[in-house]
Design a protein around this ligand. Sequence first.
Ligand code: NAD
Ligand code: UPG
Length: 432
Amino acid sequence: MRISVIGCGYLGAVHASAMAELGHDVIGIDVDESKIARLAAGAPPFYEPGLPEILTSATASGRLRFSTDSADAADADVHFIAVGTPQAQGGYAADLTYVDAAVDGLIPHLKPGSLVVGKSTVPVGTAARLAERVAAGSEATLAWNPEFLREGFAVEDTIRPDRLVYGVADQRAADVLDEVYAQALEAGTPRITTDFATAELVKVSANAFLATKISFINAMAEIAESTGADVTALADAIGHDARIGRRFLNAGVGFGGGCLPKDIRAFSARAEELGRGESVAFLKEVDAINLRRRQRVVDLAVEALDGQIHTSKIAVLGVTFKPDSDDVRDSPALDVAVQLKGLGARVVATDPQGIENARARHPQLEYAEQADDALRDADLVVLVTEWREYRDLDPAAAAALVTTPTVIDGRNVLSPEAWRAAGFTYHGMGRP
Ligand SMILES: NC(=O)c1ccc[n+]([C@@H]2O[C@H](COP(=O)([O-])OP(=O)(O)OC[C@H]3O[C@@H](n4cnc5c(N)ncnc54)[C@H](O)[C@@H]3O)[C@@H](O)[C@H]2O)c1
Ligand SMILES: O=c1ccn([C@@H]2O[C@H](COP(=O)(O)OP(=O)(O)O[C@H]3O[C@H](CO)[C@@H](O)[C@H](O)[C@H]3O)[C@@H](O)[C@H]2O)c(=O)[nH]1
């Protein structure tokens, strides 16, 4: 099929490449010229495992092209909208200006019978509004097909999704999407075909559930901190109950990224508009618990440095919101680093992939390419993103580099026994 993908960021660049990998003829469109130039040259503008390989093979085969001009999408039968829906400035609601601009920019180029498919995460009600706009300006129709990929696993999640959700107003739109996703459907991926509102709500409720699960275990970490209990053992124990499950019960510095934080806030804002604020009032608590965990790491650092923060060097391991991504949007790790710097510490942050993005946002921090350079002469080590290389650090080698062997394990991924045996004072999150 001929497909266009409007918006080539973390979602769109992967979606475009994966669709081409599956054999479709794809054009990726973005307003960012430098991003398009890099993609067209086969070089991803961000770090995502597996993306370089499929981007290179798809651009080389001619099945994947890029442009900054939405007129170049005119041939496509299916147009995916993958532009950003960030938190609006000064509020909690989603900023829909990019989605509106993308749809408006496309309408004059839509050929009769083509399908516009929303992938961006939007407040419930958006698809119905945009469907009217598309119908008024063209002979195309609209569907909503929310995306559930995780950064770090984006290629795999796009090619082999857990499930496909189609929000459609007619059967033909569902049939077209079945053609787009033929391979996944043949491999047994479940498909839920529903109305616009349900499809939009599936997406935000899934993220709200995941955020709630993380804040639940972080709330237990707070209780554990006041009782001497160990939240990691607690998570293992409750996680054995198949109704609860162990996944997404890792207590630590909390959730961040370009999705969970802004999506729960936008959901709250939309529910309030609908007069249903009380139905999701708990999401405000989920957000508050989450932000308290960042503060907890900062408080532990201040306490560990015992009034000497102004004269201390702190090694911050990780700046991205999760490992295997270079994304620093709403990153708890970077937030902690910035707060510690604000308190007067000399902060040297390190990260395998995130330094460029972190430096662009926070040039006031010092960055080290190598973890050893961050650790050297440090008075405190703070692990805030659980990259494999930090989980695997040799505590004896780290002890030889630092000035004072104290570590805060903001992700509960280090062995307290091994780090204590190497001479470290170990502080975990909700662990004695
Ligand atoms: N990142 C993820 O893991 C993920 C997963 C599922 C859903 N989503 C949702 O997908 C959407 C995109 O997220 P993202 O992380 O890819 O954001 P992003 O900021 O990385 O990418 C958005 C892209 O859209 C481009 N853009 C903006 N206006 C445009 C226009 N009018 N025409 C063409 N391009 C335009 C921007 O230049 C940018 O490259 C959001 O709604 C997000 O919530 C993201
Ligand atoms: O037990 C856990 C699991 C995750 N996290 C944190 O939660 C955040 C989000 O993690 P994850 O959900 O893996 O990353 P995303 O790539 O942001 O993916 C989420 O957001 C996407 C955008 O909407 C959705 O498509 C995905 O399904 C949804 O998992 C990260 O900061 C993690 O460190 C924890 O603190 N504890």
